[in-house]
Design a protein around this ligand. Structure first.
Ligand SMILES: [Zn+2]
Length: 228
């Protein structure tokens, strides 16, 4: 699996070996942290891509909505439950704190929902920093995630690194709509990948739809052979 790969919900769960139900999953199993992003219009959290696709700033999660309770958007995102048990915010916050004190940062795999049932693998990130900041009437968590070369990739090299940038969601959505959710070369609708038409190292920017297209796994591989 490489950053930019498109997956169904079931394929994503099968990659992780569990049914993913929550956005933040600290130590899903030892050494395996998973975050699910959703940056579509109307998505409940404000995540952003920075430093030309090298950094994600992920927003923490709200207090669950309770019948008769306050609007979760009006109260601080919780570090712990009323029983003092750390929430996912608290667990990731502590992990980032350990990294800031010099420990090896924990790694997090990040998936992003484009449409219901259509997910994109954004890659493996190091959790290097976390903080709380004021957002409107309340305080939210922010987590800094720095992209690292995917250790699962069998062909990690400079060419892959050039492709390893997170494409902003708005660009992914534009490309998906423009290409009709299919490989631009053969029309296949499975095993799709967001491909940098002009590699980043050759001046292609992640940030515009003009440099990104949808390719199936076969055409993506053929292209890789050509570059090497
Ligand atoms: Zn194709």
């Amino acid at each position: 699996m490489n950053p930019g790969d498109v997956l169904s919900y079931l394929e994503m769960c099968s990659q992780e070996g569990v049914n993913l139900q929550r956005g933040m999953n600290y130590q899903l199993r030892p050494g395996r942290n998973v975050i699910l992003m959703s940056r579509r219009a109307g998505a409940p959290y404000e995540d952003r891509v920075e430093e030309d696709g090298k950094v994600l700033i992920y927003e923490g999660h709200d207090e669950p909505r309770r019948p008769g309770g306050p609007d979760p958007k009006l109260i601080d995102q919780p570090m712990a439950t009323s029983n003092g048990v750390l929430t996912q915010n608290g667990l990731f916050f502590d992990a980032a704190g350990r990294a800031e004190k010099g420990r090896e940062p924990e790694v997090v795999r990040v998936y992003e929902k484009l449409y219901p049932g259509i997910w994109v693998y954004n890659g493996v990130f190091r959790l290097t920093k976390a903080w709380r900041e004021t957002s409107g009437p309340r305080k939210v968590f922010r987590f800094r995630l720095e992209l690292v070369p995917d250790r699962d990739s069998p062909v990690a090299n400079d060419v892959d690194l050039a492709h390893t940038r997170v494409i902003p969601s708005a660009v992914k959505l534009d490309v998906w709509r423009r290409d009709g959710g299919q490989c631009v070369l053969c029309g296949r609708r499975d095993n799709l990948h967001f491909d940098h038409d002009v590699p980043f190292s050759l001046g292609g920017s992640s940030l515009t739809a003009a440099n990104i297209r949808l390719l199936c796994a076969r055409h993506n591989l053929e292209k890789g052979d050509r570059i090497q």
